[in-house]
Design a protein around this ligand. Structure first.
Ligand SMILES: Nc1ncnc2c1ncn2[C@@H]1O[C@H](COP(=O)(O)OP(=O)(O)O)[C@@H](O)[C@H]1O
Ligand SMILES: [Mg+2]
Length: 183
């Protein structure tokens, strides 16, 4: 059975996964890397759209052995049957801003990604794809890498349950809806 680490860009998936893969002694499969290798990214201005149907087929054929899948596209390209647990990393959107600026994302791309995190879209889509039993949400805001690794390992072993996250209340209390959503 395979494991999945997903969540919005910048939440720490790749940083955490390297350590988790060593601890589990499982190979990391970076979903974005597969999409790049098979040239499935369609350049549409600055947003990269991916043919998720093709990517899903390639992954199904190539990786029937147990691996650690990593990537924000996980809910759209993996099927639930061979997946044991799915960890959705969440990070306070206010903390994501500097990470996105450092990455050189445009204003539009920043708002799109912050909005996605604020609404919890990947969590929602992970639950509908993999089911609520397998999907565990972890809030990594103000956590060190070591603390996050411990939580993720505990979650993979079924020792901690999903955590509550509600960024939307904080954002609306600060009157910042316009920073996060185009309306
Ligand atoms: N637990 C953590 N605590 C503090 N900073 C972290 C943590 N995990 C990752 N980071 C930092 O956050 C940024 C994004 O991490 P990264 O692993 O690239 O995220 P992702 O793969 O989800 O896009 C990096 O600068 C990384 O060093
Ligand atoms: Mg990454």
């Amino acid at each position: 059975m395979s494991y999945v680490i997903t969540g919005n860009p910048g939440v720490g998936k790749h940083t955490i996964s390297k350590k988790i893969s060593k601890l589990l002694q499982m190979e990391i499969i970076d979903i974005n890397k597969i999409a790049q290798d098979f040239e499935l990214f369609e350049k549409n201005g600055e947003t990269n759209d991916v043919d998720v149907v093709k990517l899903g087929e390639i992954i199904r054929k190539k990786f029937s052995r147990p691996v650690l899948f990593v990537g924000h596209l996980a809910p759209y390209v993996l099927s639930s049957d061979k997946i044991k647990k799915v960890i959705v990393l969440r990070k306070n959107p206010y903390d994501l801003i500097s990470i996105y600026i450092e990455r050189g994302y445009s204003k539009e791309k920043i708002r799109e990604n912050l909005g996605g995190e604020a609404l919890g879209i990947i969590l929602h889509d992970a639950i509908s794809q993999f089911g609520p039993e397998k999907t565990v949400q972890i809030d990594v805001s103000s956590h060190s890498v070591l603390q996050t690794i411990k939580k993720v390992m505990d979650a993979l072993n079924g020792e901690i349950k999903t955590e509550e996250v509600d960024w939307l209340t904080t954002i609306s209390e600060k009157n910042d809806l316009k920073e996060f959503f185009a309306y």
